[in-house]
Design a protein around this ligand. Structure first.
Ligand code: UTP
Length: 406
């Protein structure tokens, strides 16, 4: 797009400030900026000022399989799950497009070293978890890795340099998620540099549409992949393509399922899998009315106790029906570095908005979802922060508890 066309486009969206420094730029930078602006998804700006807070519908508990049910049915579930893996019906999708700002490392989050006496990165630990399943099944499943523009090449190189951690490279497929612009409170898109628009990953909600746009639809079809297990990069105890989880889901007839852990208290800050007006939904902790969050059953257990850990199994058939539907766009108020009066500033406090769609919003569209309860100490060690809650420290303790040598 040339300068005049770009100017016209920006006028349409009242974003002419993106060309404020155009005259100062080198020819190469000018070209970069024009091309960068042409890649911007301006439609996200429509979400500014919109009232997204719809009143909650009628909340009821999710269809669930408890830890006790899992124990009782384990043999059957594992048999069904392993069969599906051996038949190539299951693949995994690692969501690794996030920026991991809370961890404060410039490397992809998966490259964070959680080792103590030896180097052990999050990616390596998760690949070790995968190998436990594939060794048992005797086959390797396809593994898709979603990255974003800022960490794609570092992630690919890291896997390549480490020989894919012993995994079959022909089964590992990378794809890049989309970006969304970041803007000020007034809705003006920021410049990250004078020649570059401020853009960041647009949330994990587009994981399937980006996979299809990345050209992997035919591969799923040819290989007969019927189920996709998506998981977050930041849980080092993540059990991926867990045969019992797969088996329980397949036998339930649900279109998707999510691993859940029982909340430790009504106040715990996790999203809860339940039903809203009969459809599965994940209600964030800040949306859940207090009386429901603290409601207990006759055994004294929290009725709405199933906290999600970002490990879901989706039927590909179900996804194909709904993935073109528009997902709600969530606004995150964040500290965003940007150019201000000709100088790059890095604010300590939130100053503007980022736009994200979320994988949890896909659950509702799927129509049915099984909550599969797992043991927290065995499967949930999130690495979100450097210290304190859900940190490198707490994850290390949990890894040790599970016999992982650090
Ligand atoms: P988080 O919501 O924890 O976000 O991601 P984050 O970007 O990793 O970390 P912070 O909030 O900046 O500290 C949960 C999972 O979703 C993935 C992340 O990589 C992680 O596995 N994710 C998040 C994406 O793949 N893309 C995104 O745009 C956002």
């Amino acid at each position: 797009m040339d300068y005049l066309k770009t100017k016209k486009l920006l006028e349409k969206y009242s974003q002419l400030q993106l060309l404020d420094y155009y005259g100062e730029l080198s020819e190469e930078e000018q070209k970069y900026l024009l091309s960068d602006i042409s890649s911007v998804d301006f439609s996200v700006l429509e979400n500014l000022g919109a009232d997204h807070k719809k009143p909650l519908g009628k909340i009821s508990p999710a269809d669930a399989i408890t830890i006790a049910d899992m124990k009782a049915g384990r043999e059957k579930f594992e048999e069904v799950g392993l069969k599906a893996i051996r038949e190539g019906k299951v693949a995994a999708v690692l969501l690794a497009g996030g920026q991991g700002t809370r961890l404060g490392s410039s490397l992809p989050k998966g490259m964070y070293n959680i080792g103590v006496t030896r180097k052990l990165t999050i990616f390596e630990q998760q690949m070790n978890n995968i190998r436990e399943v594939t060794d048992r099944a005797g086959v390797m499943f396809h593994l898709f890795i979603m990255t974003s523009a800022s960490n794609d090449s570092a992630t690919r190189s890291y896997f390549e340099e480490n020989n894919y951690f012993g995994y079959d490279p022909s089964k590992v497929h990378f794809y890049v998620q989309k970006l969304a612009p970041a803007c000020s409170k007034e809705g003006k898109i920021y410049l990250d540099e004078k020649y570059k628009v401020s853009q960041s990953p647009n949330g994990n909600g587009g994981w399937y549409s980006s996979l299809i746009e990345g050209g992997y639809g035919p591969l799923l079809k040819e290989e007969g992949v019927e189920w996709l297990n998506i998981y977050a990069v930041d849980n080092v105890l993540q059990r991926i393509c867990d045969p019992a989880f797969i088996g329980a889901t397949l036998l339930s007839g649900c279109a998707c399922s999510g691993k859940v852990v029982s909340k430790v208290s009504p106040e715990e800050r996790v999203g809860v899998l339940c039903k809203e007006d009969g459809l599965p939904n994940i209600i964030e902790y800040y949306e859940m009315p207090e009386e429901l969050a603290s409601l207990r059953d006759e055994k004294g257990e929290l009725v709405y106790r199933y906290g999600v850990i970002l490990n879901y199994l989706f039927s590909v058939e179900g996804l194909n029906k709904i993935y073109k539907n528009k997902l709600p766009c969530h606004l995150a108020f964040k500290a965003i570095p940007h150019i201000e009066n000709g100088v790059r500033v890095t604010p300590a406090d939130p100053c503007g908005y980022k736009f994200e769609t979320l994988a949890v919003d896909i659950i509702k569209l799927m129509g049915s979802c099984l909550a599969v309860e797992v043991e927290r100490e065995r499967e949930f060690a999130p690495v979100k922060n450097k210290t304190g809650v859900d940190s490198v420290e707490s994850a290390r303790e949990l890894l040790k508890l599970n016999g992982v040598k650090l």
